[in-house]
Design a protein around this ligand. Structure first.
Ligand code: NAD
Ligand code: IPM
Ligand code: MN
Length: 366
């Protein structure tokens, strides 16, 4: 990431959330503690008891005063995952996740897809050299806005509507963020993925805006791809892609697929940021791509490496860009030496994988 946040406060809200969220966030928190204690960086860690347990206990989701403290006095949020089978309507998850994403206007959900080890690329004849791209997912619009409803609910005549809302401003800023990323990272191509053959109005807005923004970046090739074909091409030859920009829903789907190209959800990191003119200046939300994984929760099976990489993005956002590369290198070493969980080829549990990462990091920082 390229958003030096030197003006940002060093207070970090930590929200482990549900299921494996608390297991992997515990490792992420200890990584931050090491930077605080070994480097003497003024990181202030603020633990938040929010998630399904709290919601079931007293109905609290995201209190206004917590939101305001995060907005006004934090540089970052580290979030585990939200989603619990005991809350089938996911009321708390939506309040908290969308409360931050929408409430803080974190319009750019940046999801890197970079293979750190040949063995983690599941495609025949492909290796890590073939998988290195980043998805810019629009994070504040689309079908996620929750406009719509049910009519004649529960009857045979029921109608359900979810509006797909896109604004010129919203489309332009995410496309521009993708091109800016390409420009500052020496990437040659930006692909915009949509479904303009079926969804004319929205597709037309994205197409026109993409062409317009592309004019400001004459050295970068701007290519359009239908999102269904993108899924095909990603499996056939991911090396075609460097930067992909797309809407909220397509970005959600494509980034789970992308995760599978470099080791799965256990290793896929993500950042939701507001890219202000001249760099990020707002609190950002940092969370692995994965969810609360109820199927493996509480069993010491969850891979914490996605969280470690996510902490790298967080530190970069706070103005410590070198630490993203450092943590990536340590994760790469853990993978090569098989000091990791079974989903990425190791035999360790969550805690032992975390201990390995922390030991490597402690050695480097002392
Ligand atoms: P999921 O990402 O939780 O799990 C999908 C699969 O990947 C599961 O088989 C799981 O075991 C595996 N997996 C996920 N993370 C892993 C890790 N770190 N290490 C090893 N394996 C891992 O998706 P789901 O099962 O569809 O959703 C579960 C809940 O999480 C739902 O309530 C969903 O809404 C929620 N969710 C929350 C977030 C978030 O808070 N950011 C993101 C995605 C899903
Ligand atoms: C993600 C998740 C969320 C999303 C869910 C939990 C609402 O899948 O962060 O990828 O769709 O954005
Ligand atoms: Mn998702």
């Amino acid at each position: 990431m390229t958003h030096p946040g030197l003006a940002l406060p060093r207070k970090i809200a930590i929200l482990p959330g549900d299921g494996i969220g608390s297991e992997v966030t515990a490792i992420g928190r200890r990584v931050l503690e090491l930077y605080r204690d070994k480097k003497g960086w003024p990181l202030e860690l603020w633990d938040l008891d929010l998630g399904a347990d709290r919601y079931l206990r007293d109905g609290t989701t995201l209190p206004k005063e917590v939101f305001e403290e995060v907005r006004d006095r934090c540089g970052a949020i580290l979030l585990g995952a939200l989603g619990d089978p005991r809350v089938p309507g996911l009321e708390h998850a939506r309040d908290i996740l969308f409360g931050f994403r929408f409430g803080l206007d974190l319009f750019a959900n940046v999801r890197p897809c970079k293979a750190l080890d040949d063995a983690l690329v599941p495609l025949k004849g492909k290796g890590k050299a073939d998988v290195d791209f980043v998805v810019f997912r629009e994070n504040t619009e689309g079908v996620y806005v929750g406009m719509g409803g049910n009519f004649k609910k529960g009857t045979p005549d029921e109608v359900a509507i979810n509006e797909d809302l896109h604004t010129r401003k919203g489309v332009e800023r995410i496309i521009r963020a993708a091109f800016e990323h390409a420009r500052t990272h020496g990437k040659k191509t930006v692909h915009m993925a949509d479904k303009s053959n079926a969804m004319r109005a929205v597709g037309d807005l994205w197409q026109r805006t993409f062409q317009l923004v592309a004019k400001d970046y004459p050295n970068i090739v701007a290519k359009h791809v239908y999102v269904d074909a993108l899924c095909l091409y990603l499996l056939q030859d991911p090396s075609r892609f460097q930067v992909i920009v797309t809407n909220n829903l397509f970005g959600d789907i494509v980034t789970d697929l992308a995760a599978a190209l470099h080791g799965g959800l256990g290793i896929a990191a993500s950042a939701s940021i507001h890219v202000a003119e001249g760099g990020a200046s707002r609190v950002g939300l940092f969370e692995p791509v994965h969810g609360s994984a109820p199927d493996i929760a509480g069993q010491d099976k969850a891979n914490p490496l996605a969280t470690v990489l996510t902490v790298g993005m967080l530190l970069s956002h706070l103005g410590y860009p070198d630490e993203e590369a450092r943590l990536e290198a340590i994760v790469g070493k853990a993978l090569r030496e098989k000091q990791c969980t079974p989903d990425v080829g190791g035999t360790l549990g969550t805690r032992a994988t975390g201990a390995y990462v922390l030991e490597q990091l402690a050695r480097e920082l002392s």
